[in-house]
Design a protein around this ligand. Structure first.
Ligand code: ADP
Length: 410
């Protein structure tokens, strides 16, 4: 079984078992309550029927009225309490009811269920009463047929409902289990990419330190090795910082200041910071910045955002090329970075904002962000309520356009 499939299956099973147990529990509770309600309704009917007949018996004990009774679905006996002898029996009873009497005879009405020949199952109310100095009891019985039918209908309906609910639950859980499966697969891919990215600088660091320690070295050798170690450590901390920023963004926990920010100021600052790198790579940066455009945002994050595009343009452009940084106001604030670099193939453009996605191998370029730059840029822009577009042509260059909502100038 594939690990993904097993998670999916286990989630579905868990959902269905939990829902099944809950539904079954609710059904049993509802069944017991319903059974009690219909049974006590029948018992109430029986004791209410007993009232006038007992009154008649007390008024005229010699009159054998009960022997004359022949009502549909109602059966009667008059029992002498001390001897348990049946004194009268309604016409519709072919034989005496097989009642069970405890000693001493209860003073209050009580109920039991008996089976009678040709009549079937009966619920019986035994109501004790006094006639002069005699202690009698009126037995009133009614069929449980209707109660059984009601309970059967209830059970059938409840099982149908249970089956439909479980089927629905299976469909819903399959849907969510698939989603969960995708998230788990993405998470696995992310962890494997992250560890792969961390492995390379760590391997370089280990190689350098092992080489240094293998024998005594000159000061120049130490300095050279330390420079390499320093570079790799910077890459490592950038990857770790990047991962932290992205995980905070995923959790919606990135803390942004919502300040009034003049975009041209932040762009000037970013270009100034990247200038030494651009100069060393022979890249010219031209600025066409409209002044006074304000957004509401975090200046530090916006600087990081602009530097990602400027650094990429420098990294992926041959020496002697130009990077144009534009800032203009349209329906929203539009910042674009147009380079004359290597460009990106059309099939790769939809993937460049994915974490760790790289067109070229890490070794082939001087990667600063560890393949996280554009993913971080995307997270920052989204948190500022904006969007990013990329247009690119292989061998011609790329244009990254950031759109941000206007902020208020006061
Ligand atoms: P990194 O630059 O560290 O690899 P990014 O997330 O910043 O990571 O970029 C992802 C990929 O997109 C890069 O590896 C590169 O292939 C491509 N890319 C980004 N910017 C440019 C650009 N200006 N010109 C050409 N390719 C680019």
């Amino acid at each position: 079984m594939k690990p993904g499939t097993s998670i999916q299956l286990r989630t579905m099973l868990l959902f269905c078992v939990a829902a099944g147990v809950l539904l079954l529990g609710s059904f049993i509770t509802a069944y017991v309550l319903f059974q009690r309600a219909v049974s006590s309704q029948l018992e109430r009917q029986l004791t209410e029927t007993a009232g006038p007949i007992i009154a008649d018996q007390i008024a005229d004990p010699e009159e054998k009225d009960v022997d004359q009774l022949n009502l549909p679905d109602a059966y009667f006996e008059v029992v002498d309490q001390p001897s348990r002898k049946v004194l009268q029996r309604s016409k519709n009873l072919k034989s005496e009811l097989a009642l069970h009497f405890v000693q001493p005879f209860p003073a209050e009405p009580f109920f039991q269920t008996v089976s009678a020949a040709e009549v079937g199952e009966l619920r019986v109310a035994v109501v004790p009463f006094r006639v002069g100095d005699k202690q009698w009891a009126l037995v009133v019985a009614g069929p449980t047929r209707e109660v059984r039918t009601a309970l059967n209908t209830f059970t059938k309906f409840a099982f149908l409902l249970l089956a439909v609910s479980l089927a629905l639950m299976a469909v819903v859980s399959a849907f969510y289990a698939r989603k969960l499966d995708l998230v788990v697969a993405q998470l696995r891919q992310f962890v494997s990419d992250a560890s792969h990215e961390l492995k390379t600088p760590l391997a370089v660091l280990r190689g350098e330190t092992e080489l240094l320690l293998s024998r005594p070295r000159s000061t120049v050798d130490y300095e050279q090795a330390l420079r390499i170690i320093d570079g790799e450590l910077k890459t490592l901390s950038r990857i770790v910082e990047g991962l932290f920023t992205l995980s905070m963004a995923d959790a919606g926990q990135l803390r942004f200041a919502a300040e009034k920010v003049f975009v041209d100021d932040v762009l000037e600052e970013s270009v100034a910071l990247a200038a030494p790198h651009a100069e060393s790579r022979g890249i010219r940066i031209e600025r066409h910045l409209q002044h006074g455009i304000v957004v509401s945002g975090d200046p530090a994050f916006l600087r990081q955002l602009f530097l990602i595009f400027i650094d990429n343009a420098i990294k992926y452009s041959p020496a002697g090329r130009l990077l144009r940084v534009n800032l203009a106001a349209g329906p929203d604030v539009k910042v674009s970075f147009a380079d004359q670099g290597i460009g990106i193939a059309r099939e790769h453009v939809p993937h460049i904002f994915e974490r760790f996605f790289r067109v070229a191998q890490r070794e082939a370029v001087d990667s600063q962000s560890g393949g996280l730059g554009l993913a971080i840029a995307q997270a920052i822009v989204r948190a500022h309520g904006g969007s990013i577009e990329c247009e690119s042509e292989l061998g011609v260059g790329s244009v990254f356009t950031v759109r941000l909502p206007f902020g208020t100038a006061d």
